[in-house]
Design a protein around this ligand. Sequence first.
Ligand code: ADP
Ligand code: TRP
Length: 327
Amino acid sequence: MTTYLSGVQPSGKQHLGNYFGAIRQHVELSKEEGEHFFFIADYHALTTSRDAGELREHVREMLVTYLALGLDPEDAVVFRHSDVPEVCELTWLLACVTGMGLLERAHSYKDKKARGIKPNVGLFTYPILMAADILAYDSDVVPVGKDQVQHVEMAQDMCGYFNGFYGDVFVRPEARIPKDELFAKVPGVDGEKMSKSYGNDVWIFATGKPLKKAVARIVTDSRPPEEPKDPDELLPMQFLALFLSADELEDWRERVRRGGDGAPGYGHMKQRLVELIEDVFAPARARREELLADPGELERILARGAEAARARARATVDRAYRACGLR
Ligand code: ADP
Ligand code: TRP
């Protein structure tokens, strides 16, 4: 039986990149045969969070987002990272077989440093915690966006180091990214990868004025609608491609290529995008409101998930303890 596992950081409101790159696949995969673990990575969020109330709020938002978008606790173990402290024990065991060089090569760490974010030790060692998250559940497949692939490869490396010293303790995981490059790396309103930390994101549940404002920030140039253009070069067209059916997309592309009278301008594209975001997420938005009104049910879901996840992680960590001589 295949075991699927993934986590998402509760670092704020979930954006289009999180949805198309990660959450949508998590929900789809959870309907497939196999074992499924999906968690809210609050330990990871501590690398940047400094406000307890805000972190709790973000965890709740993440849970509600997952559930509203169709993740069913009957299909998957849905849990909160910090409800399974066993992963911290496993982090230490893995840290002791991992060279500094491996962590120094992490793109996301180097990238954050280059952007002037002062790294703490937690941010530096985060790939070890992430490896522990993955290995603790004997995960076979880890569905993530492209930016997380290197972290999954590091988990493979750490799995190899530990097994190399102590025998076959851990299962080697594989990353799975969306096949379509656009979904694997959704652009932000500035054309860079969409990310909460870059402030270029669009919240999936935004509506009305705030949504229009977010979409208006999508970078364009000053060429008039009549001028024929290559649709692949236009950022608003990339956003539309996330949502439109193949037929409607081709129609837009053709009109952009042709130019002339009646060709769509950037304003048109953005207007259509606002409609699409509002429509596509409308059912989930309504469901989100219902869920927020029932905190007791949210707590019950987390408690149930914690129990199942913890039992599983404990068994793996005990196996690792025995293998390396701690028992
Ligand atoms: P952020 O970069 O906004 O902090 P996270 O690191 O919390 O996002 O990512 C959560 C999940 O969403 C991960 O699986 C990640 O690969 C995916 N993801 C994040 N941004 C994008 C994006 N722009 N395109 C595709 N997937 C993304
Ligand atoms: N690092 C991931 C992110 O930023 C979240 C995460 C933590 C994760 N542990 C994981 C993803 C284990 C997959 C598997 O999105």
